[in-house]
Design a protein around this ligand. Structure first.
Ligand code: PKZ
Length: 138
């Protein structure tokens, strides 16, 4: 098990320590299994309407936890493709859990699935992403 905490000098909106507007998320995961996860209480500025999270921020969170699957393994890459299924509203009055896992990789192409769950375990949104990794030789 590995933990990635926000670092000084990183201004990433999701996980950096140096973005004043950022979420400063800490992630946990298993590099050997290719997994990453975190839990947090979404701030209300992620709202779209009513008490629901904006769909663009849902995409951001799925992208973020997907990228952390790679970070856990010491890999650096960027999102080439992100396909999202919005299944239920992400309510802003309670905590959410983000989970990501590696499906497979073919050289630099890494296919990663991710999801957002509520405390009851309901899947609120799911994604499948293609990341292109820059520092892998396999
Ligand atoms: C040098 C150091 C750099 C370090 C860098 C680190 C930066 C660490 C930032 C981290 C940040 C993290 C935060 C969260 C993750 C973001 O949010 S990253 C930000 C959002 N993403 C971006 O801005 C990426 C923008 N896109 C690009 O720069 C370029 O498209 C890429 C990703 C570098 C790829 O360009 P390319 O090398 O020309 O590759 P391309 O031909 O487009 O496609 C690659 C392959 O995918 C395949 N493909 C495309 N779509 C699909 C699909 N839907 N299904 C299957 N295959 C597909 C293609 O067929 C192709 O296959 P091959 O021909 O290689 O076999």
């Amino acid at each position: 098990m590995k933990t990635l905490a926000p670092k000084t000098g990183n201004s990433c909106f999701g996980c950096g320590a140096d973005n004043p507007l950022g979420l400063k998320l800490t992630f946990h995961g298993d590099p050997e299994k290719g997994t990453a996860w975190t839990e947090f209480l979404p701030p209300h500025f992620l709202a779209g309407g009513a008490n629901m999270m904006h769909g663009g921020f849902i995409a951001l969170l799925l992208d973020e936890v997907s990228s952390k699957v790679l970070s856990m393994q010491g890999k650096r890459g960027v999102t080439r493709n992100l396909e999202i299924s919005y299944q239920k509203p992400v309510n802003l009055s309670g905590p959410v859990r983000l989970e990501g896992s590696l499906i497979r990789h073919e050289g630099r192409k890494h296919f990663i699935k991710a999801r957002i769950l509520n405390p009851g375990g309901d899947v609120l949104a799911e994604s499948e992403a293609l990341f292109l990794v820059f520092n892998t030789s396999s």
